[in-house]
Design a protein around this ligand. Structure first.
Ligand code: ASP
Ligand code: MG
Length: 408
């Protein structure tokens, strides 16, 4: 007997038929004797529909009122799921975020969970009830409804699992786990049996959008074993996200992440003096443009070149700012390229193995792919390449590191 928190996303509760399928799955776990807390999202498309309604009335809705509106989506699905379970003779009870005191700060639309009062939940569980909690929402100290940011139901589930010390937090979604890379790019991509929190954060922040990043951080911090599973297929155990010690695969490389939405800017021939980096990047970050990789070349004739990457949507704005900076600093030239991508090898196994980076560069060279930028961390090697080489590069790396082969 275990205490399990399950979360079902929008597509899993997208219709009443699907809600009944979720109820059937919950019954199977109940019948095995497990205690269950179930977190649900709004029906797929519902949160967007509500945002659309607000935008018909105002360009800038009040954060408080938007949260009152958006929280209704999840209130619908908790009640429907409770009804579906009761119809099958199973005891169930639904709660909004505020009813179980999911206390958050007051940052409307992106609130953070501070505390959960789980007494009521414990009582219900002891009475044999399936407890159903609305995802994505909470309440602040003053009693205002808050929401946790898009995709926030994952975080609700992890927070409940942490607060109640659940044995596992299962995230049911429309994919059956975390893959070595995007199967749409590499058909041989393989589902990972397990991956560490750190690796998952790298994979997620680099564009594999299976879980809300904040939920993974939260789970890592409180050591909540997280499992990603398909709510549509019976097959498999999904992917377990866990600590390094418990990671059963412990491969050299766990996966290849990539990010298509990158752009690169260069300012060349700037005076090589203290403070230059700040003068270049200060005005960029003042506009809330996030800078990712940064490279400064070794200077020649007292000048240096400075290259950095940003999100592609910020490209026009960043070019404009950089041009102004160049005029001010008397730089030789400004160049930019928004047809670039970032490809990264991710794996905790890199910590203890040298030569990963050089094998990566060799593989790309064999395919005639030019590397524009490189950055490394303990568990990751990233390169920037031209966009047109993305598929070729990822496929070549996937096969060079034998990621399609199951590990013992
Ligand atoms: N319904 C919310 C959203 O669409 C929260 C969630 O689905 O996790 O972002
Ligand atoms: Mg969602």
């Amino acid at each position: 007997m275990a205490l399990i928190v399950q979360k079902y996303g929008g597509t899993s509760v997208g219709t009443t038929e699907r809600i009944v399928e979720v109820a059937v799955r919950i019954q199977q776990w109940r019948d095995k004797g497990h205690d269950l807390i179930v977190v649900v999202s709004a029906m797929s498309g519902e949160t967007n529909r509500l945002i659309g309604l607000a935008s018909e009335l105002t360009r800038q809705p009040s954060g408080r009122e938007l949260d009152v509106l958006l929280s209704t989506g999840e209130q619908v699905t908790i009640a429907l799921l409770a009804m579906a379970l009761m119809e099958k003779g199973y005891a169930a009870k639904s709660y909004t975020g505020s009813q179980v005191h999911i206390l958050t700060d007051s940052a409307h639309n992106k609130a953070r969970i501070l505390d959960i009062d789980h007494r009521k939940i414990r009582e219900d569980l002891a009475e044999g009830k399936v407890v159903i909690v609305a995802g994505f929402q909470g309440v602040d100290e003053a009693g205002n409804i808050t929401t946790l940011g898009r995709g926030g139901s994952d975080t609700t589930a992890v927070a409940l699992a942490a607060a109640l010390k659940a044995d596992e937090c299962q995230i049911y979604t429309d994919v059956d786990g975390v893959y070595t890379t995007d199967p749409r790019v590499v058909p041989e991509a393989r589902r990972l049996a397990s991956i560490t929190f750190e690796e998952m954060l790298e994979m997620a922040s680099l564009g594999s959008k299976v879980l809300q990043i904040r939920a993974v951080e939260f789970a890592g911090k409180y050591n909540v074993p997280l499992r990603v599973l398909s709510s549509f297929e019976e097959t498999g155990d999904g992917t377990l996200i866990t600590t390094e010690e418990k990671n059963v695969e412990s491969a050299l490389i766990s996966g290849i992440a990539f990010n298509r939405d990158e752009a690169q800017l260069t300012i060349a021939g700037v005076p090589d003096q203290p403070g230059v980096a700040h003068q270049i990047l200060g005005p960029i970050s003042a506009e809330n443009i996030e800078v990712d990789m940064i490279v400064q070349n070794v200077g020649e004739d007292e000048t240096t070149d400075f290259t950095f990457t940003i999100h592609r949507t910020d490209f026009p704005k960043a070019m404009e700012i950089l041009q102004q900076t160049a005029d001010k600093l008397g730089a030789k030239k400004v160049a930019g390229d928004d047809k670039i991508v970032k490809v990264s090898l991710v794996g905790v196994g890199m910590r203890s193995h040298a030569g990963i980076a050089s094998k990566m560069f060799e593989t790309l060279a064999k395919e005639g792919i030019n590397i524009l930028m490189i950055s490394t961390s303990e568990i990751k090697v990233s390169v920037v390449i031209e966009e047109k080489y993305l598929e070729l590069g990822v496929r070549a790396l996937h096969s060079a590191f034998e990621l399609e082969t199951e590990r013992a």
